[in-house]
Design a binder for this molecule. Structure first.
Ligand code: PMP
Ligand code: GLN
Length: 384
């Protein structure tokens, strides 16, 4: 019997570059500096707290918005870092990773025919979510080496169909940060044009050289129109648990929760209890992350200083960009494949994060690794 041709809703979508490169790294036994995840473990206290919750029988559904203890701790965390008093009962929703929070925020905002402004290189989960909601991404490319946003260009890209802007700071993959001046200009555009904002802040506790993370939670007028997305996976070195949350004003949270309850209903109860516990017992954890990751960035930077790679500044995240134009003529995807297969180090090319590819010879390295691993990788890269 002839099979019916199935019409894909996302005909152009390929397997994510993170999956592709991690698979290749495993296949060739390469050091994996590609997909972003820590090589070191989540804190022992958090592990035993979750095990205890499981042992104590805390194994049934959490309330859809999140366990009350965790919501309370998130409220305190936001107050500690950003001096904003939000009511977590009505403004915070615990999600299955930042990915779910982004997905739900996009479904909450975007209707058929709406446009959403994104900045390339853009994290790969935004566009499929916008398209499945019937919307369209309007891409504004940012240029190396500083990847600054030209707000006049953004103003010119706003049309009567524009519904939202998605920002990401600290930025994956470039490691750049939005400044206070950026946030001021963004506030004006969002408020004047009655737009909404999704602010992907999953690397919020990883900024370097004394630079402050300009969370939207520091800008009350902008926050009134924003979904702020956070990830416990990044903050507590547990990306595999897929735990995150979304902070938004009550009127947006109410709509967000309508969709969240039919995407997952609720997230893993024992992890919620463990996270509430560690936030209460070790509030200093989030304050120490900047120095922890800055030391890793500096270690990799020094270890690569005599290589032929040109190192771009990393002001935040656990990523660093390097320019390989002195080493190879290959395009970035080919270069990453070659590097993994022939030289034993896996990295992420940047062109998959652009609508119209990128001719830059720049790749991303993840430094959320132990020193031995970073040293080994840097030794290999320094031979090129
Ligand atoms: N946004 C960005 C910019 C990311 O780098 C990640 C990490 N994968 C996510 C969202 C998703 O985070 P999570 O793993 O918590 O879903
Ligand atoms: N955010 C991670 C990165 O940038 C990957 C997440 C994923 O594999 N989906 O590498």
């Amino acid at each position: 019997m002839k099979r019916e041709i199935f019409e894909s809703k996302l005909p152009d979508l390929k397997t994510s570059i993170f999956t592709e490169m991690s698979l290749l790294a495993n296949q060739y036994g390469a050091i994996n500096l590609s997909q972003g995840f820590p090589e070191f473990d989540t804190p022992e206290f958090l592990k035993s707290s979750i095990v205890k919750a499981i042992g104590d029988g805390k194994n049934q559904y959490a309330p859809s918005a999140g366990m009350p203890d965790l919501l309370e701790q998130i409220g305190l965390l936001i107050k500690r870092h950003y001096q904003l008093a939000v009511n977590p009962k009505s403004c915070v929703t615990v999600t299955s990773g930042a990915t779910e929070a982004l997905w739900v925020a996009i479904q909450t905002l975007v209707s058929r025919g709406d446009e959403v402004i994104v900045f390339d290189p853009a994290y790969d989960s935004y566009e499929p979510a916008v398209e499945l909601a019937g919307g369209r991404c309007v891409h504004i490319p940012l240029a190396s080496p500083d990847y600054r946003i030209d707000w006049e260009k953004v103003a010119d890209s706003i049309s009567s169909r524009t519904k939202a802007i998605i920002i990401n700071s600290p930025h994956n993959p470039t490691g750049t940060l939005l400044s206070q001046q950026d946030l001021i200009q963004l506030t004006k555009l969002v408020v004047d044009n009655k737009l909404y904002l999704i602010s992907d802040e999953v690397y919020e506790y990883m900024t370097f050289d004394g630079l402050r993370h300009e969370s939207v939670l520091r800008y009350p007028e902008l926050f009134e129109r924003t979904f702020v997305v956070s990830s416990f996976g990044k903050t507590f070195h547990c990306t595999g648990w897929k735990m995150g949350y979304c902070t938004a004003p009550a009127y947006l949270t109410e709509e967000f929760r309508k969709i969240h309850q039919y995407v997952t209903f609720s997230s893993f109860t024992p992890a919620q209890l463990g996270l509430a516990d560690i936030l209460a017992q070790f509030p200093e954890h989030t304050l120490a992350l900047n120095d922890f990751y800055q030391a890793k960035r500096d270690f990799l930077h020094t270890a690569l200083s005599s290589s032929r790679f040109k190192l771009l500044p990393s002001a935040g995240t656990y990523f660093m960009l390097v320019d390989y134009s002195e080493i190879s003529e290959l395009n970035d995807v080919e270069f990453c494949h070659w590097l993994t297969k022939e030289k034993g180090v896996a990295a992420i090319p940047l062109s998959p994060f652009y609508q119209h590819s990128s001719a830059d010879k720049i790749i991303r390295l993840c430094f959320a690794k132990n020193k031995d691993t970073l040293k080994l990788a840097a030794d290999k890269l320094s031979l090129l």
